[in-house]
Design a protein around this ligand. Structure first.
Ligand SMILES: Cc1ncc(COP(=O)(O)O)c(C=O)c1O
Length: 503
C-alpha cells in the first residue's frame, strides 16, 4: 500500500453527505402535521427542508397522501422499504408497540438509516448515522440520517507523513525482542528452500489446544479474508459494522451478496444477534472490534451460529486482551466457526505478512484449497512458531497488560476533556469524538499528529477519529495538542459546521 501525502484536512466526500428523512406515519396523518414535525426536527440541527435529499418509509405507506404531497412539495423521492428489511436495522430507540404493529421497532429511524439499494448506485460504499433521533407528533414520527461515502480501502498507513507523529497505525512500534529477531535472522539464512508450514502449523495448534487440521497459516489476516471469500460457497454475507473493511472488500470482489448490520454509537456499538438476517450464510464480526474497541462476549457470538452458516470472527487484536477471556480460539466446539488471528499488531510485523485461521476443519480445508502454494514465507512461518513458544506467549501477555494500563489512562484523560470514549474498551486504540470538535482530525494534523480518520468505517460519521495507544511521551504530546487547540478556540466549530452530529 502506498503512503499518501498528508492532507491538512479530510478530503471532501464526493457530492457531500446526503440527508434522508425517515418517516413513520399513521394512516390519515395531515400534510400540515407532517410538515411542521419535519421543520421542527430540521430546525433543531440548524437545517431547512431544502437540505433533505429523500424521504424513506415502509412499503405499506406507499399511498399515504401526506407523504406523497410533501415529497412533491420538497421535490425529493420517496424511498420504500419492505418491513422485513427495516426490522433488521439496529435502531437506537426501539419501541415494542411499533414493532408489534408494523414489524419493525422504529420505522422512522430504520428507514432513515437504510437509504436505498439503487440510490445513485452507491450502496457498496454508503454509510449512515442518525443526525436527528426519532421525533414524534400525534400521528407521525421523523428521524433524519446522514449518508456518506465510506472508502473501504482507506487504512491508517495512508495517514502517515514526514514529521507527523504516528497515532494512526495500530502496529506496536517497539523493537523486536531479541529472541524474535534471532528467529528471523536464522530463517533468512535458509531462503533457498521453499517454505514448509508443518512445524508452524503444529506450533499454532499446540498453543490453542487444537488439532492441525483446524489450523491454516496465512500471509497476514488479510489473506485469510480472501481465502474465506473465495473458498466458501458463495451466498449472503452479513458484516457487522463499524469494523475493519477488508473483509467486505474481499467478499464483494469474490461475488458475495453483502449486507451490513450497522451498530449504533448510542450504548456504544452493542450487538443484538437478532438483527443478523437468518438467511445469512456467512457472518463476519471483529472481536475486539477495530475501531470501536468493543469486546463482544463469546456467548453473544455463539448465538450467531446457524446450520449451514460460517461465522468468521476476526481476532486480529485478541492477543492484546490480557488472558483473552472472550476468545473463541481455544473453544472446544468450533463447529461452523473460523477465527482469524494476526501477528502483525503485537509484534510489529506488518511487513512480514503473517496470521492464521483456526476453526472448523471443513472451512479450513475450503480456505486451504484456494491458497496459493508457498503463500507464507519461511521467515513468516518461523516467526509464527516463535511467537507460539512459552517465551512468546509470556512476552505477549506482558505487552497486553502494559497496553491495557496505558489505554486506561488515555481514555480517562480524553473523557475529562469532554471526549466520548468506550465505557470498557479493548485493543491498542481509542475511538473518540467530541461534541464541539468536528474537525478533530484536521486539528491534530496541523499540530503534527496523524490519527486515523474514522468516517471511512461504515456507520461512523465525520468527527470520529481512532487514536493508537502509544507510550507516555506520545500520549502527552497528543493531550497537549488537544488542550492547545481547545484553548485557542480554533476547534470550537459547533455541531453544524459540516452538518455535524448533535448527539
Ligand atoms: C481488525 C483487523 N483485522 C485484520 C487486519 C489485517 O491484519 P494483517 O496485517 O494480519 O493482514 C487488520 C489490520 O489493520 C485489522 O485492523
Amino acid at each position: 500500500m502506498t503512503t499518501r501525502t498528508p492532507a491538512a484536512a479530510l478530503p471532501a466526500i464526493a457530492d457531500g453527505p446526503l440527508l434522508v428523512a425517515g418517516i413513520g406515519a399513521s394512516f390519515g396523518v395531515s400534510v400540515d402535521e407532517l410538515r411542521s414535525l419535519l421543520e421542527v426536527a430540521l430546525a433543531g440541527v440548524g437545517l431547512t427542508p431544502a437540505a433533505i435529499d429523500a424521504f424513506a418509509t415502509v412499503e405499506a405507506k406507499a399511498n399515504e397522501e401526506a407523504l406523497l404531497v410533501l415529497a412533491r412539495e420538497y421535490d425529493v423521492p420517496l424511498l420504500l422499504h419492505p418491513a422485513a428489511k427495516l426490522s433488521r436495522v439496529a435502531v437506537p430507540h426501539p419501541s415494542d408497540r411499533v414493532a408489534e404493529a408494523v414489524g419493525t421497532a422504529s420505522v422512522a429511524e430504520a428507514a432513515a438509516l437504510l437509504g436505498s439499494p439503487d440510490w445513485k448506485g452507491r450502496l457498496a460504499e454508503q454509510s449512515a448515522e442518525l443526525l436527528v433521533d426519532k421525533t414524534a407528533s400525534p400521528r407521525a414520527t421523523v428521524a433524519i440520517a446522514r449518508h456518506w461515502l465510506a472508502d473501504l480501502r482507506h487504512h491508517g498507513d495512508a495517514e502517515l507523513g514526514p514529521d507527523l507523529l504516528d497515532l494512526a497505525v495500530n502496529v506496536a512500534p517497539d523493537p523486536l525482542p531479541d529472541w524474535l529477531a534471532g528467529v528471523l535472522r536464522d530463517a533468512c539464512a535458509n531462503m533457498r528452500n521453499y517454505p514448509d508450514a508443518r512445524s508452524a502449523t503444529a506450533a499454532v495448534a499446540r498453543r490453542h489446544g487444537r488439532t492441525e487440521d483446524e489450523v491454516l497459516l496465512t500471509a497476514g489476516a488479510a489473506e485469510a479474508f480472501t481465502l474465506i471469500a473465495q473458498g466458501v460457497s458463495r451466498g449472503k454475507a452479513v458484516i457487522v459494522h463499524p469494523q475493519f473493511t477488508e473483509p467486505e472488500v474481499a467478499l464483494r470482489a469474490a461475488g458475495w451478496q453483502v449486507e451490513r448490520v450497522v451498530l449504533q454509537a448510542k450504548g456504544w456499538f452493542q450487538l443484538d444477534p437478532a438483527t443478523v438476517a437468518d438467511d445469512a450464510t456467512l457472518v463476519v464480526i471483529g472481536n475486539p472490534t477495530n475501531p470501536t474497541g468493543v469486546l463482544h462476549p463469546r456467548e453473544t457470538l455463539r448465538q450467531l451460529r446457524r446450520p449451514g452458516r460460517v461465522l468468521l470472527v476476526d481476532e486480529a487484536f485478541m492477543d492484546l486482551v490480557p488472558d483473552e477471556p472472550q476468545s473463541l480460539a481455544d473453544d472446544p466446539d468450533l463447529d461452523g466457526i473460523v477465527v482469524v488471528r494476526s501477528l502483525t499488531k503485537t509484534w510489529g510485523l506488518a511487513g512480514l505478512r503473517i496470521g492464521y485461521l483456526l476453526g472448523d476443519p471443513s472451512v479450513i480445508t475450503a480456505a486451504a484449497a484456494v491458497q496459493p502454494h508457498w503463500s507464507v514465507s519461511t521467515p513468516a512461518l518461523a516467526a509464527a512458531a516463535g511467537c507460539m513458544s512459552v517465551e512468546g506467549v509470556r512476552e505477549g501477555h506482558r505487552r497486553a497488560v502494559a497496553l491495557t494500563e496505558q489505554r486506561g489512562w488515555l481514555s480517562i484523560a480524553l473523557a475529562e476533556r469532554g471526549f466520548e470514549v468506550a465505557p470498557d474498551p479493548a485493543g491498542p486504540f481509542v475511538l473518540t469524538r467530541h461534541p464541539k470538535r468536528q474537525r478533530l482530525h484536521a486539528e491534530l494534523r496541523s499540530a503534527g499528529i496523524a490519527v486515523r480518520r474514522a468516517d471511512t468505517f461504515p456507520g461512523l460519521g465525520p468527527g470520529w477519529v481512532r487514536i493508537s495507544v502509544r507510550d507516555d511521551a506520545a500520549m502527552r504530546q497528543l493531550l497537549t495538542a488537544l488542550d492547545a487547540a481547545s484553548s485557542d478556540g480554533a476547534s470550537s466549530d459547533g455541531a453544524s459546521s459540516d452538518g455535524g452530529d448533535p448527539e
